[in-house]
Design a protein around this ligand. Structure first.
Ligand code: PFF
Length: 445
């Protein structure tokens, strides 16, 4: 487990795919994707989203994994090794983004633990009485409780990262991701067999082309980036633990596919159930933590369904949080010669502390320029650091390290990647231009 000796590696290709899919599949899929789709034209939005994932998302993810596997280092070290100079700044921004995103991600992760428990202790009764909103409001305004659950969630994250790549991240993702798929399928079966479910499916997926505007395309691009964990060196870090024999493009396609499937399927749990019980399908935190508890409270076996659902969200959040901490820890391990234990604990603790203002800001009493601290942190990371990182990663492969990238993706010429030139071309032109546009639009505070 120490930083001396050989770099740790994934035990198998499927281990890598499940860990990377674990990173990608998170709150972004279950919490954000369904309502963004519902608001932005349903099936028509899905078509735009899928196209963006497989053209731009795939290309940037492939670029990240190739960079990491070639350098066999963390995000900062990879850029230093492959090119040096100011490029290390791209890695730095990634480490900073990991730090910031995990600080508030851990807060929301904590809510999921609280809700797994509350499903059995009063949440259903409150939901049945139309008071799920009060429960949520009461919970988030009690900062001590929120921080307590945030601490539990961070401890779980630290524990896995502390155990390393094979014995920690890979081992846990190999258990947790299949569990996540099974729970998701059980919940879909439940939701789709409710009377009146069809109306929810229709609302969710009925294509409404009139809603596809420039803004929709931007929403899809921003969502794709966050959802695929791109732009902050997460896939560079995970790629650095890959052996040289693995063929990267097929692994990356599978990761993109799994992430997109789970996002789409999450909507098939949420909307049919909300419509079957005539509950208004609101947005964001409200949809997950207020609407759904009241939906579950109306089902026979409510506590079971509710706790299963929040377990699903917990698993999704945990496997993403692990990857966020790993980006930061890998930097300290490789560049500062820290041991893994020290890196996981100290950085986990520092990130936990940075999350406390986000936890407190839920009381509504802590704002920065009109935004809650949590929203401000999310804005800085998701709207500024991730797109900028993605932009430079695409440019790096498209213009600076192109020959190296060709070699890495073709396993030094032994594997024929049949869309190599199209990929390079996307990295050169389409991806940077598209990302530059979302970046510009995303600057609206
Ligand atoms: N992809 C995660 C989600 O959809 O919730 C969030 C995330 C994880 C973003 C890891 C970036 C990252 F490096």
């Amino acid at each position: 487990m120490s930083n001396n000796g050989e770099r740790e590696q994934w035990g198998s290709k499927i281990g890598f795919i499940l860990a990377a899919a674990g990173s990608a599949i998170g709150l972004g899929n279950i919490w954000r994707f369904p309502y963004i789709t519902g608001q932005n034209g349903g099936g028509a939005f899905v078509v735009v989203y899928v196209a963006i994932v497989f053209i731009i998302g795939f290309s940037v993810m492939l670029a990240e994994v190739a960079i990491g596997r070639r350098a066999q280092l963390n995000a900062v070290g990879s850029f230093k090794k492959l090119k040096g100079g100011a490029w290390a700044i791209v890695g730095w921004m990634g480490v900073a983004a990991g730090f910031i995103i995990l600080s508030y991600y851990g807060v929301i992760g904590g809510w999921t633990i609280k809700y797994i428990i509350s499903s059995w202790t009063g949440l259903m009764e409150a939901g049945a009485a139309g008071k799920a909103g009060d429960v949520f409001g009461g919970f988030v305004s009690n900062t001590f409780q929120v921080v307590f659950y945030q601490a539990l969630f961070m401890l779980a994250t630290i524990w896995v990262v502390y155990r390393g790549i094979g014995e920690g991240i890979e081992k846990y993702c190999k258990i947790l991701m299949p569990a996540l798929f099974v729970i998701l399928l059980i919940l879909i079966a439940r939701s789709l067999t409710l009377d009146g479910a069809g109306k929810g499916v229709e609302f969710y997926l009925k294509p409404d082309l009139s809603k596809i505007t420039g803004d929709t395309v931007l929403a899809a691009l921003g969502q794709a980036f966050f959802s695929l964990s791109l732009g902050m060196g997460c896939m560079i870090t995970y790629g650095s633990y890959l052996n040289k024999e693995t063929t990267i493009p097929s692994a990356v396609v599978q990761i993109c596919f799994l992430d997109t499937m789970v996002a789409l399927l999450a909507g098939l749990v949420i909307f049919p159930a909300a419509f079957a019980f005539g509950v208004e399908a609101g947005a964001g935190a409200g949809l997950t933590f207020v609407t759904l508890p009241s939906v579950f409270s109306k089902m026979p076996g409510g506590p079971l369904w509710s706790s299963l659902f929040f377990l699903l969200v917990f698993i999704a959040a945990l496997t993403s949080a692990i990857s966020l901490l790993e980006v930061v820890a890998a930097y300290f391990i490789d560049e500062m010669n820290w041991g893994r234990q020290k890196a996981a604990w100290l950085m986990g603790l520092a990130i936990f502390l940075l999350g406390i203002p986000s936890a407190y800001s839920l009381t509504g009493n802590f704002k920065i320029a009109g935004k809650d601290f949590l929203d401000a942190a999310d804005f800085l990371a998701s709207n500024i650091l991730l797109p900028l990182g993605g932009l430079f990663i695409a440019l790096f492969v498209g213009w600076i390290w192109t020959e190296g990238a060709r070699k890495e993706v073709s396993n030094d010429g032994t594997y024929h990647f049949n869309i190599m030139e199209a990929w390079i071309w996307v990295c050169r032109t389409i991806a940077p231009i598209a990302i530059a546009i979302i970046f510009w639009q995303g600057l609206r505070w």
